[in-house]
Write a new protein. Structure first.
Length: 88
């Protein structure tokens, strides 16, 4: 089953609802997760972006999920209709 990516703002990093979304994905039978990292144009520091990605990978692993991909985008470029769940 395919799921929409979990959308995370690069400026804020993963928030408590991100963990809830990962738990919900796991409960729905997901084995991996894709992340859409938005607002990357707001963050000027490449090292900070890498740290946010590392934190996402660690959170996924802690919740028993492999990371399929982490896609970077700018403000308003999520391209996703939802945060998680089956595609519409």
């Amino acid at each position: 089953m395919a799921f929409d990516p979990v959308v995370v703002s690069a400026a804020d990093g993963p928030l408590p609802p991100t963990v809830d979304q990962l738990k919900a994905l796991k409960a729905q039978g997901a084995t991996s997760v894709d992340f859409q990292l938005i607002n990357t144009d707001i963050v000027d520091d490449a090292e900070l972006l890498e740290l946010v990605e590392l934190e996402l990978r660690n959170l996924a692993e802690e919740n028993g999920l492999a990371v399929g991909s982490i896609t970077r985008g700018t403000s308003g470029s999520s391209g996703s209709s939802g945060l998680y769940g089956p595609p519409s």
